[in-house]
Design a binder for this molecule. Structure first.
Ligand code: KIV
Ligand code: ZN
Length: 519
C-alpha cells in the first residue's frame, strides 16, 4: 500500500474520536462522516469497536457497506470474541482491516492486564494469528508503547509481524512522549526488529502535552509510514493528532518533509465543520488550519502586508483547505432554480420536498438578512432530511424578554399535524422556550446535556446556529437550529433534538431517509 515516501493516513475519528466524552455520534452521523472521509482520500477509516455494543457493531457494518475506496477497520482487544465481532462487522467492505491491541508497558501489564509479560507475548501471537483468518490486513498495536521497555517492545513487534501483522502501531497512549524521544523509538525499532521490513510502522499520538502532531511527524522522519489521526484532533482526553494539521504540515513543508498523502486537502474545511456540527464541539477560533481565525488578518500591519503580497503573512492559501472567501451568493430576489444550482455547487442535492422546505426557509432568511453567505446556506439545508421526517414542527414563537416583565415564551408547535399552543414563564427566555416545549410534548426522561450558540457568519445580522444535546436512557442526540433570531434557532434546535430522540425511540432508520440528501 505504501511507497517509500507515501504516508498512509489512518483516521480514527469514528473510534478514538467518538469514544471521547460528549462526542458520541448516531448511525446516520457516523455514515455521513465516513462518506466524507472516504471522499477526502483517507486510506483507512477506523469505523469503531464492534464488540463494544450492538450499536457500534451496526455502525461499523453499515460503514463497511457504504465506503467505496477506503479500507474499513474494526478495533479489537486481544480476545477472540472481539476479533470475531470485528471480522463479522467489516465483512461487507471492499477492503478490510482488523486492528488488535494489547498493552506492553510494565505499568499496564502489571496493573491493568495483571498478566506476566510472557503471557502478553502469547496473546500477541494468538490474537494476530486469529485475526488473519478474517483478512490479510491486520494491524497490531502495543498500547502504551511510549512507556514500554525497548527490548520488550522489539520482541513483541517481531512476534506480531511473524504472526501476520502487516502494520505495527506504536501508540503514545497517554500523550507523554516528546518528539526527540518518540522519533528515537521508531528509529530503534527500524534498526533492531529483524523482520520490520515486512510491516509498516504506524504512529498514534495523543495530545496531552500538545505534542501529538509533532510526535507523529518525528515518527515519520524516523521511518513510520502510517499516521493515525482524527478530524479536529478529537479523541480521548486532550485528543489525538489532528488530521488537518498533519496533512497541511506535510504539504506546506514538503521541502523539509518530502512525503505525500492521498488527502484532498480542499475538503478539510467542510469535514471539520460537519464534525463540529454533528458533535456540537466548536473548534477553537485560533485552532491551526480549521479555526475561524486561521486565515484572518486583523492587525493593520498584517492587513497592509497581505494587500501587498499574500505570502507576507500566509504560509498556505485558504483555498488549499477548501476555505473559499465567504462571498455574497444569494439574496431575496434569487429564484428556486438559482437556489437549487447553488446548493448543488455546495455539494447538496435535495429531494423535492426537502428542496421546497429549504427554499421557503431561505426566503424567510433573505427577508431578514441583507447578505446570505455560503455558510448560511449550508447551515440552512444541513438538517433537512431529519426535518422531513419530523413529528414535531415549529410553528411560531413570541417572546417577552428584557428587564421588565416575567420572561415568557408563547409557543405554537404542530404535533403530528395538530397545532398546540402554550404560554410559559421561565428563568430567562431560553428557559421559557425549553419549558414550553416540555409542556407541549412531555419527555421527563430526557435531560439537557448541552446548549451552545454560535454565529455562523460575522456581523450583528449573522445567522445564529444553536446546538442542543439531549440524553435519554443512554441515547444521546444533537439537535441543530439555525435562524437570524437566536431564540428561534434555540427553539428549532431543541425541537430538532426531540424529533431525533422520538425517531430513535421508534426505531426510525435515518440511513434510508438520508438518501434524499447528498452528501
Ligand atoms: O491510544 C491508544 O493506545 C489506542 C489504541 C487502542 C491504539 O487508542
Ligand atoms: Zn488512542
Amino acid at each position: 500500500m505504501s511507497s517509500k515516501d507515501q504516508i498512509v493516513i489512518f483516521d480514527t475519528t469514528l473510534r478514538d474520536g467518538e469514544q471521547s466524552p460528549g462526542c458520541s455520534m448516531n448511525l446516520e452521523e457516523k455514515l455521513k462522516m465516513a462518506r466524507l472521509l472516504d471522499e477526502m482520500g483517507v486510506d483507512i477509516i477506523e469505523a469503531g469497536f464492534p464488540v463494544a455494543s450492538p450499536g457500534d457493531f451496526e455502525a461499523v457494518n453499515e460503514i463497511a457497506k457504504t465506503v467505496k475506496n477506503s479500507v474499513v477497520c474494526g478495533l479489537s482487544r486481544a480476545k477472540k470474541a472481539d476479533i470475531e465481532a470485528s471480522g463479522d462487522a467489516i465483512k461487507p467492505a471492499k477492503r478490510k482491516r482488523i486492528h488488535t491491541f494489547i498493552s506492553t508497558s510494565p505499568l499496564h501489564m502489571k496493573h491493568k492486564l495483571q498478566m506476566p509479560p510472557e503471557q502478553v507475548l502469547e496473546a500477541v501471537a494468538e490474537s494476530v494469528t486469529f485475526a488473519r483468518n478474517f483478512t490479510d490486513d491486520v494491524e497490531w498495536s502495543a498500547e502504551d508503547a511510549s512507556r514500554t521497555e525497548d527490548d520488550f517492545l522489539c520482541h513483541a513487534v517481531e512476534i506480531a509481524i511473524n504472526s501476520g501483522a502487516t502494520t505495527v502501531n506504536i501508540p503514545d497512549t497517554v500523550g507523554y512522549t516528546i518528539p526527540e524521544e518518540y522519533g528515537a523509538k521508531i528509529a530503534m525499532l527500524m534498526e533492531r526488529v529483524p523482520n520490520i521490513d515486512k510491516a509498516i510502522i504506524s504512529t498514534h499520538c495523543h495530545n496531552d502535552l500538545g505534542l501529538a502532531v509533532a510526535n507523529s511527524l518525528a515518527g515519520v522522519a524516523n521511518g513510520a509510514r502510517q499516521i493515525e489521526c482524527t478530524i479536529n484532533g478529537i479523541g480521548e482526553r486532550a485528543g489525538n493528532a489532528a488530521l488537518e494539521e498533519i496533512v497541511m504540515a506535510l504539504r506546506t513543508r514538503h521541502d523539509m518533509m518530502p512525503y505525500t498523502t492521498n488527502i484532498e486537502t480542499e475538503k478539510i474545511t467542510k469535514i471539520s465543520r460537519t464534525l463540529s456540527a454533528i458533535t456540537g464541539f466548536a473548534v477553537q477560533p485560533n485552532k491551526a488550519i480549521v479555526g475561524a481565525n486561521a486565515f484572518a488578518h486583523e492587525s493593520g500591519i498584517h492587513q497592509d502586508g497581505m494587500l501587498k503580497h499574500a505570502n507576507t503573512y500566509e504560509i498556505m492559501t485558504p483555498e488549499s483547505v477548501g476555505l473559499t472567501e465567504s462571498k455574497l451568493v444569494m439574496g431575496k430576489h434569487s429564484g428556486r432554480h438559482a437556489f437549487k444550482t447553488k446548493l448543488a455547487e455546495l455539494g447538496f442535492e435535495l429531494g423535492d420536498n426537502a428542496l421546497q422546505e429549504a427554499f421557503a426557509r431561505f426566503k424567510n432568511l433573505a427577508d431578514k438578512k441583507k447578505e446570505i453567505f455560503e455558510d448560511d446556506l449550508i447551515a440552512l439545508v444541513e438538517d433537512e432530511v431529519v426535518r422531513e421526517n419530523e413529528r414535531i414542527k415549529f410553528v411560531s414563537l413570541q417572546i417577552v424578554a428584557g428587564t421588565k416583565g416575567p420572561q415568557t415564551a408563547e409557543l405554537t408547535l404542530s404535533i403530528d399535524g395538530a397545532e398546540k399552543i402554550t404560554k410559559v414563564e421561565g428563568n430567562g427566555p431560553v428557559d421559557a422556550i425549553f419549558k414550553a416545549i416540555r409542556e407541549i410534548e412531555p419527555h421527563a426522561d430526557a435531560h439537557l446535556k448541552l446548549y451552545q450558540v454560535h454565529a455562523v457568519t460575522g456581523g450583528t445580522d449573522a445567522q445564529a446556529e444553536v446546538t442542543v444535546r439531549l440524553e435519554e436512557n443512554g441515547r444521546t442526540v444533537n439537535g441543530q437550529g439555525a435562524d437570524a433570531d437566536t431564540l428561534v434557532a434555540s427553539a428549532r434546535a431543541y425541537i430538532n433534538a426531540l424529533n431525533k430522540l422520538m425517531m430513535k425511540r421508534e426505531g426510525f432508520n435515518p440511513q434510508t431517509a438520508s438518501d434524499a440528501l447528498a452528501p
